[in-house]
Design a binder for this molecule. Structure first.
Ligand SMILES: [Zn+2]
Length: 659
């Protein structure tokens, strides 16, 4: 059965919507004259006169989704396209014009014909849902983030294209914006076509999909969730002084998220498949943008779906919410491989943004994407081998004009600066080689001492004000951050730092940078969120996570100091899975082994796997459960209770812009 499962990207966002201001009253200031000038200079360096992206983004429009608002069953907002209606005309001073242009393109919405037989729904969620016509129905590529948006998009397509059954579903990769809405497709295919009579709708995904989709964000998920609030600007109003875009599209929808186990995995490049008369040739692109990803070619259409391996933006080698770094060299090589594999491509379409028509234009696009990642990789390595640190490389690296003047390689999502640092991190890690930075004091310990040394808080504030008045915002941020970390109650410093972050946000070409700065400003003015990502919100995805991976995630919640001196050995038997795992705490670490029950254990717990997950994440209390019929135990009740009391339940609301 296809069980619904929450996954991180969007859970992350759920907590924060309620606290999001709907108006433009979050206290943000206007663009300064420096910001206005910096932003207007952008129009001089980029070919804004070239309108071909707009023509492509508009091409093939069948019906627009003007008033699209999707609510969930509880009448809460899942997706509000109209929240972005303010994005029209020229960029206001408070938005980088290049980002405004991208946000305007991402605002184009509706059902589009890519070519006869291939359609796309764009602007129904963060990502695109593509439809490929087969002999007797539709093959759906990437069913969006939520049940509600996928359901709405499919209904919209059926209204305009006819009521055809869903023949198969493809997940191009393991990120939630490309599979989370699968239930909205599956439910609608009951009683139709191949999905009828209880038969399963085939779901095709790259090898490793299920494992990556459920486990990618589990171990460090709490921190990632908190940081994602910044990256996606979830606490900000949608306005010219707030969030306007994510770079990849609008925000991810938020509602019911699901996952469904693929019925067929694609394991190798050049693997072919015929789905209801449509020929597919796959390329495994795992390790480019996602750890499990494929692209595919449709020979009947000379069409190439690049999934998210290529997009109309520079993507992330490092994702600012926090993630393992991606390998720019491998990524570049995979793009090159796709160009070699599918040279006859006449139509390109992807999981985000708008398509490209014409072999030459597509070749140029792919070449620029390929060379952007390779350039970042190669030049960052050149500079690190010359002894430069990550921060120095970020200042030094510049794309060649042939790449930097192409809109599709601009840093709307990733940026050159943070991607260059990612290359450094990938090869050399956090240490820059300088002994002074080997064991430095943390900011919370040095800030007050620096402030004293610099003549006290008033003097530093004066200097910061001067920097702010001169438009020297990065330096102002550095000084004010010291003041706030020296004394979080320094209200003047907080307010000026917030104003500084406003300006840095307004100047940012990258949507995540903008959202991060503006969220920093927001939290300096309004404080931390009341609710964060709690481990209990992840119950759905944890239920789908392989048992071993779950125990790994439990081990990282063991409170080391509390577990000092504790020696504990217990058996956990999952009655539904008919397997036993022996858990041992020793040396303040949790070990887990799947094996027969250990007779030396002081207690044995027998329960179903779903019940155990509830228990482990604090959704069910052990004391209550021990009296219920769902659980059987042998041995020491006290040992069991003290065992489970050793695990943290982080709130996910930790401070970021204050100590
Ligand atoms: Zn995506």
């Amino acid at each position: 059965m296809n069980k619904p499962a929450l996954t991180l990207l969007t859970i992350i966002t759920t907590m924060t919507l309620a606290s999001c201001d709907s108006g433009n009253n979050q206290g943000a200031t206007d663009a300064s004259k420096y910001t206005a000038r910096t932003n207007s200079n952008v129009t001089a360096i980029l070919p804004f006169e070239n309108e071909s992206d707009f023509a492509e983004a508009r091409r093939g429009l069948i019906a627009s989704a003007e008033s699209l608002v999707v609510k969930n069953a509880a009448n809460g907002m899942t997706w509000d396209r109209t929240a972005y209606d303010f994005i029209e005309g020229d960029a206001p001073d408070s938005v980088n014009p290049s980002l405004w242009r991208q946000a305007s393109l991402n605002n184009m919405h509706g059902l589009f014909k890519v070519t006869d037989g291939i359609y796309q729904l764009r602007g129904f969620d963060l990502a695109n849902m593509s439809l490929i016509e087969s002999k007797s129905g539709w093959i759906i590529v990437d069913p969006l983030t939520t049940t509600e948006t996928a359901r709405t998009a499919l209904a919209f397509a059926r209204k305009h294209l006819g009521n055809k059954p869903v023949i198969a579903i493809l997940f191009t990769h393991s990120h939630i914006d490309h599979f989370g809405g699968v239930q909205g497709i599956l439910e609608s295919s009951q009683g139709e076509g191949i999905g009828s009579n209880g038969a399963e709708v085939p779901i095709i995904a790259p090898a490793g999909f299920m494992e990556e989709a459920t486990s990618e964000n589990i171990i460090a998920g709490i921190a990632m969730g908190r940081r994602a609030m910044y990256m996606y600007g979830k606490r900000l109003p949608r306005s010219a002084h707030g969030h306007i875009d994510s770079g990849l599209g609008k925000e991810p929808a938020l509602g019911d998220f699901g996952i469904a186990k693929p019925t067929q995995l694609i394991r190798e490049t050049n693997e072919t498949l015929s789905i209801d008369g449509v020929q597919f040739v796959f390329q495994i692109a795992s390790g480019s943008e996602a750890p499990a990803e494929f692209t595919f070619y449709l020979p009947d259409y000379n069409a190439f779906c690049g999934a998210e391996m290529v997009s109309r933006t520079m993507h992330n080698l490092y994702t600012l919410r926090g993630a393992k770094v991606r390998d720019g060299l491998l990524w570049s090589n995979l793009i090159e491989e796709s160009m070699t594999l599918f040279p006859q491509t006449e139509i390109y379409f992807g999981s985000h943004h708008w398509p490209i028509w014409g072999a030459e234009k597509i070749r140029t696009f792919l070449t620029e994407q390929r060379d952007t990642y390779k350039f970042i990789h190669d030049q960052s390595v050149r500079l690190l081998n010359a002894g430069h640190t990550a921060e120095e490389i970020a200042e030094m690296i510049k794309l060649p004009a042939s790449l930097s003047t192409s809109f599709s390689t601009r840093g709307y999502y990733g940026t050159l600066k943070h991607n260059a640092k990612a290359v450094y991190q990938g090869y050399l890690g956090w240490y820059d080689g300088n002994p002074a930075n080997l064991d430095p004091l943390p900011a919370s310990q040095t800030a007050a001492r620096y402030v004293d040394l610099m003549g006290g808080a008033d003097e530093v504030f004066e200097q910061a004000e001067e920097a702010f008045d001169d438009g020297d915002y990065r330096w102002a941020a550095e000084l004010l951050n010291k003041l706030v970390f020296a004394d979080a109650d320094n209200e003047d410093a907080r307010q000026l730092l917030a104003k500084t972050y406003d300006q840095l946000g307004y100047q940012s070409e990258s949507a995540p940078w903008r959202d991060i700065y503006l969220t920093g400003a927001y939290e300096l003015r309004h404080g931390n969120p009341e609710e964060g990502i709690k481990i209990s919100f992840m119950e759905g995805v944890l239920q789908q996570t392989p048992v071993e991976k779950f125990f790994d995630s439990m081990a990282v919640r063991l409170n080391g100091p509390d577990a000092e001196g504790v020696k504990s050995l217990i058996n956990i038997t999952f009655t539904d899975l008919q397997e036993t795992h022996v858990l041992q705490i020793v040396n303040s670490v949790l070990h887990h082994r799947k094996q027969a029950a250990d007779p030396k254990a002081t207690a044995t717990l027998k329960l179903t796997h779903p019940m155990f997950i509830k228990l482990a994440i604090g959704k069910a209390g052990l004391k209550d459960l021990l009296f219920s019929e769902d659980i059987q135990y042998e041995g020491s009740k006290l040992d069991l209770i003290s065992f489970f009391s050793l695990f943290d339940k982080p709130t996910g609301t930790f401070s970021i812009v204050t100590p």
